[in-house]
Each structure stands twice: as C-alpha cells, then as structure tokens.
Ligand binder design. Structure first.
Ligand code: FAD
Ligand code: GLY
Length: 377
C-alpha cells in the first residue's frame, strides 16, 4: 500500500530515502531546517571505501558498507539520469600506506579476511607502488592496494540527488528553522494510531503515515519527544583542499592519520580531524596544521603548498559507531536512519533501500538487527 511519508532532514540520507520511496510510488515530503546538503553531506570527501575504513574484522557494519558499495554503480547512474545532472564518480581504487616493515604484517592480515569479501587487493611496494602514485613519499614502505574502492564528488552528488527528488515529485521544504514532532500517538494501541503530526517554526503542520528521521548529528534532540535513548553526537571533521594542477596525486591514499583524494577538477581533498566541539563548524589553525603535517608525509610536494579552501562538517556519531536503522519501540510508524558517522555518503544507497523495505514490510538482510535503534534502550 502506498503511503504518505514525511522525512526530517535533507542531507544525503534524507534525500536518498526520499528518492527511493518516491520511486516506489509513495508520496514523500522532505523537511529541512536549513539547506539540503548544507551540513555533513556537503562537507564530505566522498570516499566509498569500506575496506580502508573497516580495518579490524568483517562485522555487520563492514557488510552494510560493502553492500552499499556494490549498489553504487547502478544507483549513481540512476541519480544522474533522474536529475539530468552530472557528478564525478571515480573508480580510482585506493592505497593504504604504511611506513615501517613491521606494519606490512598488519596489512597482510587485513588482506586475508578482505579477500574473502571480494577484495582483489594486494600489497604493493617499490616501483609498483610508485607506478600507481609517482609522487608518494619515499618514506612510505608499502601499501595495501584495493582496486574495488571508489569516490564521488559529494557536493555535486547531493545537488543532483536533490534535483532527482524534485523531478520525481518529492515535495521539499527548506529553511524551516525548526521542525518538531507534535503528535505521534504514544501509548495508544498500534491499530488506533493515527497520523503523525510535525510542525515547522512558521506554524505549518505536516501529517504523515510514516515519519523517517534523517536529521544526522541533530537526531538526539528528539530523545525527549520520543522518550528514547538516541546517543548520537556531533564529531567535527576539519578538511582542506589544495590545487593539483600537475596531477601529482592520482587516486585515493590513506595512512593511519588521514587521507588524500585527487578530484577530477584538479584539486586534492585532504582530511580529516575528529574533534569534539559540539555543533561548532569552524576550522582551527591547530586542526589544519595537523592535517598539513600528515599530508606532506604522504606527498612531500605539499610541504610548500597552502590549502586554498578549508572547511568542516559534523559527523553524526553513535556510541558504537553504527547507524540507527529501523522503527522505534512503541511505534512502527517512526523509522530512524541516522548516525552514519564516517560513512554516510557510502551508506546512502543501502540505507535508502533498507528504509523503503522497512516501510513496505519486506524481509531484511540478517545483519540488519545490529542497527536496531532499540539496542540503546
Ligand atoms: P547531514 O548531512 O548532516 O544532514 C542532516 C540534515 O538534517 C541537516 O541538513 C540538518 O540541517 C537537518 N536537520 C537537523 N534537524 C532537523 C529537524 N529537526 N528537522 C529537519 N531537518 C533537520 N562519508 C563517506 O561515506 N565518505 C567520506 O569520504 C566522508 N568524508 C567525510 C569528511 C568529513 C570532513 C565529514 C565531516 C564527514 C565525512 N563523511 C564521509 C561522513 C558523511 O558526511 C556523513 O556520514 C553523512 O553526510 C551523514 O548524512 P546525514 O544526511 O545523516 O547528515
Ligand atoms: N570517511 C572520512 C571522514 O569521515 O573523514
């Protein structure tokens, strides 16, 4: 049965859920207190890197990330087609660089389990490594090369997704300043529960059969209203960009302190700090200096360069680093899709699919229970 769905939040997660639900024939309204993509999603480096971001073990979170990576080729093509807009999607592969002989053992251990999950990666050193990244520092002893990883230009991807939503018929309201849940029929038996009502600051009311919470780092504000533990906290990421006019950096390179990604527009994006700074999105001298120190250990030519752009965004982090996906206790009409921390861009297609499947009552993948909002009861 087609439903009337309201989505709170116009970041990559809210827009992805809106696009998928509208495509499946539901009637979707998306409410955003600021500008769509104006927070974490527009600030992201756009790496689609489940292997490099999950170093320890193939847990349910890694599986979720991998499933999403595999949805990307078709998903991004669909967003391009539906929006009529283009954005960079680069199958660059990635390198994870180490500086000491002893660290190669850890790379080998990682490669062993990652190969069981589709990686065709290998350890590269010497000339092979320098053929892939000629400008990489001589200090780098070896790297784990993962051809499956890719990246996207996040600000353009978000814009295209917003356009795709509009073209598909999603009603989008921006700059609402505040959006609150007024009534969700708490405590009533399920069969008597009516529509959920949310209200924006200007007094407009929106009613929904289903409400999807995609408010990123701000989702915890609903703890009181929903009488629920929502342990989502903002973790600031400071990030910067340099010119790459000589194409000295070719792909995507990680070390244990950060990453450097070459973009099609002849820039490189270097990130990112992890700061506890509340909802402050300013950049600090200390934060950018730390990035510069680590960037030049990967690419020495950066020693003499100054970033031409510096910015920051707030990652929505949960207590266990995993997102909250699914309905809340006490109402199957409220669905959470928040807390994607470092991987919201990567996780956008799989999140959209899970949310739409939850709303339509379909069976979900087995690992999905690891993300149930009730785990923080
Ligand atoms: P957001 O983009 O923050 O969107 C939430 C939206 O909800 C905001 O627009 C906000 O205004 C709105 N909102 C808040 N309260 C309300 C309300 N009550 N009603 C309506 N709207 C509301 N991820 C990757 O996968 N790859 C990367 O390479 C990567 N790099 C990153 C680099 C940096 C520096 C940062 C900061 C993050 C990075 N991330 C990356 C993480 C990624 O950006 C986030 O996980 C993702 O953007 C979260 O998306 P979201 O839609 O949940 O949150
Ligand atoms: N995933 C990269 C970051 O969050 O900085």
């Amino acid at each position: 049965m087609k439903q009337n769905v309201v989505i709170m939040g116009g970041g990559i997660i809210g827009l992805s859920c809106a696009f998928e639900l509208q495509k499946r024939g539901h009637r979707v309204t998306l409410l955003e207190i600021g500008r769509c993509g104006g927070q974490a999603s527009g600030a992201a480096a756009g790496m689609l890197a489940p292997y490099s971001e999950n170093l320890e073990e193939p847990d349910p979170f890694f599986q979720l990330c991998l499933d999403s990576l595999r949805l990307y080729p078709a998903w991004q093509a669909e967003v391009k087609q539906a929006s009529g807009q283009s954005f960079e999607y680069s199958n660059s592969g990635s390198l994870y660089a180490v500086y000491h002989e002893a660290d190669i053992l850890a790379l080998e251990g990682r490669l062993l389990w990652q190969r069981e999950f589709g990686s065709t990666g290998c350890i590269v050193e010497g000339t092979t490594l320098r053929q892939i990244e000629p400008g990489i520092s001589d200090e780098v002893r070896a790297a784990l090369y993962t051809p499956e990883e890719s990246h996207i230009y996040a600000p353009h991807y978000v814009q295209a997704l917003e356009q795709a939503c509009r073209n598909a018929g999603v009603r989008i309201f921006e700059h609402l300043e505040s959006v609150d849940i007024v009534d969700w029929h708490q405590g009533q038996p399920q069969e008597l529960k009516g529509e959920i009502v949310v209200k924006s600051k200007d007094g407009r009311k929106f009613t929904a059969e289903r409400l999807v919470i995609c408010s990123g780092a701000w989702a915890r504000e609903l703890s009181g209203t929903l009488d629920l533990a929502i342990p989502i906290y903002p973790i600031r990421g400071q990030i910067c960009a340099y010119h790459n006019s000589l194409h000295t950096v070719r792909g995507m390179v990680f070390n244990n302190q950060g990453y450097v990604v070459a973009k099609e527009n002849s820039t490189i994006v270097c990130g990112a700090s992890e700061d506890i700074a509340g909802f402050d999105t300013s950049v600090t001298v200390k934060g950018i200096e730390r990035l510069r120190k680590w960037n030049k250990r990967l690419f020495p030519f950066l020693e003499g360069e100054n970033p031409f752009h510096q910015w920051a965004g707030l990652r929505p982090s949960t207590q266990d680093g995993r997102p909250l996906l699914g309905t809340v206790e006490g109402s199957n009409r409220i669905v959470f899709a928040a807390g994607h921390y470092r991987n919201g861009i990567l996780l956008s297609p799989v999140t959209a699919r899970i949310v739409a499947d939850v709303i339509e009552g379909h069976e979900l993948p087995g690992y999905y229970s690891a993300f149930a909002p009730a785990r923080f009861r």
